[in-house]
Design a protein around this ligand. Structure first.
Ligand code: NAD
Ligand code: UFG
Length: 359
């Protein structure tokens, strides 16, 4: 059983990962300031988790930019964590263009603060939420981890900056004064996980994605149109160089992603000092029109749409080469688009107002 700090544990991916980790027998402290989430998600995690797991999750309200909150989290974890899974951050591309300093503050300064606390408390194992957004406009599909890192928006710049900070940390050299000139490296075990497009929900329909305000991502928007909360989906561009003219993405079920974190945690924990950089995707692309059709089938509802101009900053294709994660972690995404739509719809239908809904 590993003792793990989960920053951002109440969020969309964090809550599903907490559940998977509890089911696997790990002990967790979730630190979250609930800036973009609700504490209700973790209450639901506890309700779904097996009874014996309930005592293994503690929740602390606090900000990763606050060193005292981090000290408090470490003391709640008994002074020492075996690992940290770091989800806390801001993730809206649009908002990052409007408020870049907030993104550098939370995503970069917050991560630096967390890393300082880890060093202070002798924890050197970290799983970090990076993003396929670091690839910007990829030259080659599917995208391998060796593709150039060339983000095209402030959100992507902050993820790339944290990736670089972690690479620098992993290659820190400690001069060993006693036996100069030899030098040693602290035993950092780091996984930089580049997620593609996480969607869907836990099959119980009790936890899921709960965006604040109008969703900017395709899946929650389509769900809300299917529910009748919004009149129509606006499809950003019908003239992309793709088979049906709409953008293609590699959608991955959030439960597969959560299981990828469990695999990464256990690989690092049981493995040597190393830094892994891995795509977490399915390796299969779907167009916007294909997603609309699959969602209509899963929900039995119609999803009216209209074509509008391309969204600035969008790329036509983004599809992972996930084979390195398979090799390193023995992990592959297993759930298909139908399952993503079915589970996402079960959540949305029963929670039209997200966690503000009754039930
Ligand atoms: P989310 O917004 O649902 O979760 C982020 C969590 O972090 C929230 O619970 C929020 O309250 C918390 N948080 C934000 N600022 C904080 C702070 N200063 N201190 C403590 N907690 C804070 O987002 P998500 O989809 O679960 O994403 C999790 C991580 O994965 C993020 O780092 C995001 O950038 C990354 N990511 C997400 C996607 C995606 O499409 N969902 C894709 C690639 C990468
Ligand atoms: N789209 C629409 N209409 C909408 C929303 C999206 O047509 O209302 C289209 C987009 O143009 C794109 C596709 O649907 O072709 C997917 O768009 P999303 O906004 O759902 O996802 P993105 O690939 O643009 O970006 C997401 C996250 C980023 C993350 C990236 C890779 O928002 O934070 O996936 O992980 F970096």
């Amino acid at each position: 059983m590993a003792n793990v700090l989960i920053t951002g544990g109440a969020g969309f991916i964090g809550s599903h990962t907490c559940l998977v980790l509890l089911e696997a027998g790990h002990q967790l402290v979730a630190l979250d300031n609930f800036a973009t989430s609700s504490p209700e998600s973790l209450r639901r995690v506890l309700a779904i988790a097996p009874p014996a797991a309930k005592a293994r999750l503690r929740v602390l309200e606090g900000d990763i930019r606050d060193p005292l909150a981090l000290d408090q989290a470490f003391s709640l974890g008994g002074g020492r964590f075996d690992a940290v899974i770091h989800f806390a951050g801001l993730k809206s591309v649009d908002q990052s263009v409007r408020e870049p300093l907030s993104y550098w503050d939370v995503n970069v300064a917050g991560s630096r603060n967390l890393l300082s606390a880890m060093i202070k408390h002798h924890c050197h194992t970290l799983v970090f939420s990076s993003s396929a957004t670091v690839y910007g406009h990829p030259h080659h599909i599917p995208i391998a981890e060796s593709a150039p890192v060339q983000p095209i928006n402030p959100y992507g710049h902050t993820k790339a900056a944290v990736e670089q900070m972690l690479a620098d940390l992993a290659s820190t050299v400690i001069e060993n004064q006693a036996v100069a000139p030899s030098a040693e490296r602290p035993p950092w075990r780091i996984a930089r996980l580049r997620y593609f497009n996480p969607v869907g929900a836990h099959p119980s329909g009790r936890i899921g994605e709960d965006p604040l305000g109008p969703p900017s991502n395709l899946f929650p928007f389509v769900s809300q149109v299917a529910l009748g909360q919004r009149p129509a989906l606006r499809i950003f561009g019908a003239d992309w160089p793709t088979p049906d003219g709409t953008g293609i993405r590699d959608y991955i079920h959030v439960m597969d992603l959560a299981e990828g974190h469990l695999a990464a945690l256990e690989a690092l924990w049981n493995g040597p000092a190393q830094m892994l950089t891995l795509n977490l995707g399915r390796g299969r692309g779907y167009s916007v029109l294909e997603v609309v059709k699959a969602f209509e089938q899963a929900s039995g509802r119609s999803v009216p749409f209209q074509f509008v101009a391309r969204r600035p900053g969008d790329a036509p294709w983004s599809v992972a080469d996930p084979s390195e994660a398979g090799r390193q972690l023995g992990w592959w995404a297993r759930r298909d688009l139908e399952e993503m739509c079915r589970d996402g719809w079960a959540w949305q239908r029963s929670h039209p107002q997200g966690y503000r809904s009754v039930g």
